[in-house]
Design a protein around this ligand. Structure first.
Ligand SMILES: [Fe+2]
Length: 413
């Protein structure tokens, strides 16, 4: 982001905010010309604007990058695929319940994987219990299950990551139309995908910083080590074992350990590899900060075809949360909000209208930009936990939006 004088603005620059309260940007008439917008901003006393830039503000990124174009094109050309995102919204109570289930499941995953570290037999049937509860929820609350993966845990990375890869694989599998049995097979394989890491010396596994070539070679053995550990487990289906063995294979044959080409990688293997990379990139680690979801998705798009199956990546982007305008959402602050304007750069961080306090008591609505973050801590101020069913709250989102827009336009005039 770069701060420039309003007179330095050119049509291809994207205005993020102004030196005046940012809310005014949201109300710039969408169909007005660049000149009209600048005039309106000047009338409002704006002298400086913040614009999106890439290299220290020297070159400005055009408003429509190829990723954004591809993304909007996908949304427009696959309206039927949007159904998944809007067909069921849970209540706040259901969200809280599932969050508790996630945190309990994390403790159990940790215990299971630690068994492998100390050489005990891994209780795969206990793993199946964890997976079954999520498969069940996924049928009832698909959007919510995918959003659980935003619950990160810095201290217990390996365990949270294992659970999140399982939960996200189940969500993606469900999106692809898999049945309950297929989802169980996928979910349990994904839960144990990194179990081989329990056999990698801890000083390498938790090394803060880059691996040496030798250490990397040891790390690269974990799919095989994991497969070896569970290959004779009678309870674990063969397809689940593919998740362990194949999650680092890549469509172009550049992966490991088998350098398999796409046609030879199993579907569970492909799904786990996409989800694994996404969760790893977006998680905070000892040596790097997690990437924002939209940057990770952007990178995955650029790798699709080469590393990943393109169609699977598209479906994955879909389940990661596109909240249509008018969706009631619960924020991590406990407040209820309504999606006001989709943010094409990051569909998971739209502009929202906050309509309640953290106790769910209605307040005078105000606009909040979910892509805003603290520049010092790099942490987002607010994040969507889940879309919510508006009925129990007697909320008509469209009415809210209409009333608020009318008021705002009155202010502008
Ligand atoms: Fe792995």
């Amino acid at each position: 982001m770069e701060k420039i004088l309003i007179n330095e603005l050119t049509p291809e620059m994207k205005i993020i905010k102004t030196d005046k309260p940012w809310i005014k940007i949201a109300f710039l008439p969408q169909n007005s010309t660049f000149e009209e917008k600048v005039k309106l901003l000047k009338n409002y006393g704006v002298k400086e604007v913040y614009v999106k830039s890439n290299k220290r503000g020297v070159q400005f990124k055009p408003i429509t990058s190829s990723f954004e174009a591809k993304f909007s094109e996908f949304i427009v050309s696959h309206p039927e695929d949007m159904e998944f995102s809007v067909n069921y919204y849970p209540t706040v109570e259901e969200v809280v319940q599932l969050q508790e289930m996630h945190s309990e499941a994390k403790k159990r995953t940790k215990a299971l994987l630690e068994d492998a570290r100390i050489g005990n037999t891994v209780n795969t049937s206990a793993g199946m219990d964890i997976v079954e509860s999520f498969v069940d929820s996924c049928f009832k609350k698909p959007t919510l299950v995918a959003s659980l993966s935003r619950l990160k845990d810095f201290d217990d990375y390996t365990f949270t990551h294992s659970l999140n890869v399982s939960v996200l694989s189940i969500s993606l599998g469900k999106r692809l139309g898999m049945n309950t049995d297929e989802l169980r097979i996928l979910g349990i394989g994904a839960l144990f995908h990194d179990i081989g890491k329990m056999k990698v010396p801890e000083h390498i596994l938790n090394k803060p910083g880059k691996f040496t070539d030798e250490e990397f070679e040891i790390m690269k053995q974990h799919p095989l080590l994991g497969f070896e550990l569970l290959k004779n487990d009678k309870l674990l289906p063969e397809s689940s074992k593919k998740c362990i063995l194949e999650h680092h294979e890549r469509a172009d044959g550049s992966g490991y350990p088998g350098r398999l080409e796409e046609k030879n990688i199993s579907k569970p293997g492909k799904i786990t590899s996409i989800v694994d990379v996404y969760d790893a990139m977006t998680s905070d680690r000892v040596y790097h900060k997690g990437m924002p979801a939209h940057d990770a998705i952007k990178l995955m798009f650029s790798w699709s075809g080469k590393h990943f199956n393109k169609v699977l990546v598209k479906f994955f982007v879909d389940i990661m949360g596109i909240y249509p305008t008018g969706t009631l959402v619960l924020l991590n602050s406990g407040e209820l909000a309504i999606v006001y304007e989709i943010n094409k750069n990051d569909p998971t961080r739209p502009l929202v209208l906050i309509i309640s306090d953290s106790e769910k008591k209605k307040i005078e609505p105000f606009i909040f930009d979910l892509s805003k973050y603290n520049l010092v801590t790099q942490i987002y101020y607010k994040t969507i936990v889940s879309p919510i069913d508006p009925k129990p709250y007697n909320i008509n989102p469209n009415e809210y939006i209409e009333n608020f827009s009318k008021k705002a336009m009155g202010v502008l005039r």
